[in-house]
Design a protein around this ligand. Structure first.
Ligand SMILES: *[C@@H]1O[C@H](CO)[C@@H](O)[C@H](O)[C@H]1NC(C)=O
Ligand SMILES: *[C@@H]1O[C@H](CO)[C@@H](O)[C@H](O)[C@H]1NC(C)=O
Ligand SMILES: CC(=O)N[C@H]1CO[C@H](CO)[C@@H](O)[C@@H]1O
Length: 311
């Protein structure tokens, strides 16, 4: 696929995120303030250099691949430590709010964290999965890092490159885009349909929920943006790994070119997540929790590529 009009896709995505913000307004007025700082969590779709900083220079593999072209070729013009040819959703969001692009937490060369910090790490699962050899980092650990960072940042001398205390509270935003690696790992290791449905998907959702509650309990930031998982069963990554062949229930490949079973898991996860977020909205007072439906827009781009400038 060749991308001709990046702008249309971006605008669509941001409109979608904003629409998601408005759609939560059905039963109450949504309080949403443009953030002055974003703290981001997740995996490679949000990683701006974390996995690279973590592993250092190594031979070409999954992690270091983003140091080579064509990564970064469409926007940055050079590899930019992102697993993308251009900007990530978190980059578009930062720019839309007039903020600088987020430096990763592990960045140790002149990082500037005044407008946020990125804990997302390529390969990270939501659940604690011991046998992952890419990065031993999961969502709960990213939350530990964030809580430590938050507390330490309140104590540093003025002039330090961390968010001002006023950038937390309602001027902060937690961004969470996580769970796809759990589905990837569960299918790669052929966990089977029953275990995925009955154990893994509910555990992902309860771990995301716990992450939100812990962040809420240990900071003053009250704005959360949670992205639903996008159609992983349509990605070259899932298809290239041959995941649909591992178990008949992960396929078949539909007329849309996507692995139906895998997309089914993604849709189930998103539905469970929606229900959990609704329950968190009533448990956590004074909190704005926005859910953004990335599945619909990305799936629409997959089946109607020309509408989005792909050919
Ligand atoms: C994830 O959720 C499971 C099941 O609810 C729980 O046993 C586990 O401790 C949680 N792990 C983390 C890291 O949140
Ligand atoms: C958050 O704090 C509330 C009240 O202090 C407590 O009931 C709840 O268990 C805490 N949750 C977590 C995940 O620590
Ligand atoms: C790391 C940290 O400070 N965690 C605290 C978060 O808040 C809960 C109470 O809600 C404490 O029990 C944790 O120790």
């Amino acid at each position: 696929m060749h991308l001709k009009r990046v702008g249309a896709f971006t605008d669509g995505l941001l409109l979608l995120l904003m629409a998601a913000a408005v759609s939560t307004a059905s039963h109450e007025v949504v309080r949403f303030q443009c953030p002055e700082a974003i703290l981001a969590f997740g995996g490679s779709s949000t990683d701006t250099g974390e996995a690279q900083s973590f592993t250092g220079e190594r031979e070409l593999d999954f992690v270091t691949a983003s140091q080579f072209l064509p990564y970064g070729i469409t926007y940055f013009g050079h590899p930019a430590d992102r697993y993308s040819d251009g900007r990530l959703i978190i980059d578009f969001l930062s720019q839309a709010f007039g903020l600088r692009l987020l430096d990763p937490y592990f960045d140790n060369i002149a990082p500037d964290f005044r407008q946020g910090i990125n804990f997302a790490t390529g390969g990270a699962n939501v659940r604690r999965v011991e046998s992952i050899d890419v990065v031993p980092i999961y969502l709960g650990l990213q939350v530990n890092q964030a809580i430590r960072f938050y507390h330490k940042s309140l104590d540093v001398p003025s002039g330090a490159l961390v968010p001002a205390p006023s950038s937390f509270g309602n001027l902060g935003l937690y961004f969470i885009f996580a769970g796809v690696n759990d589905i990837c790992f569960a299918t790669m290791t052929n966990s089977g349909v029953e275990r995925i449905r009955d154990v893994i998907l509910p555990e992902i959702v309860s771990n995301v929920s716990l992450a939100i509650t812990r962040l809420y309990n240990n900071s003053t930031t009250r704005q959360f943006l949670v992205l639903g998982i996008s159609p992983f069963g349509c990605t070259a990554f899932a298809l290239g790994l041959g995941l649909p062949d591992l178990n008949p229930a992960y396929g078949p490949i539909g007329q849309d070119g996507c692995a139906q079973g895998i997309n089914g898991f993604v849709k189930e996860l998103n539905e469970l997540l929606l229900v959990e977020l609704e329950s968190l909205r009533s448990q956590l007072s004074e909190t704005t929790i926005v859910y953004a439906d990335t599945y619909s827009i990305i799936y629409d781009a997959v089946i109607n590529p020309s509408l989005y400038g792909f050919s």
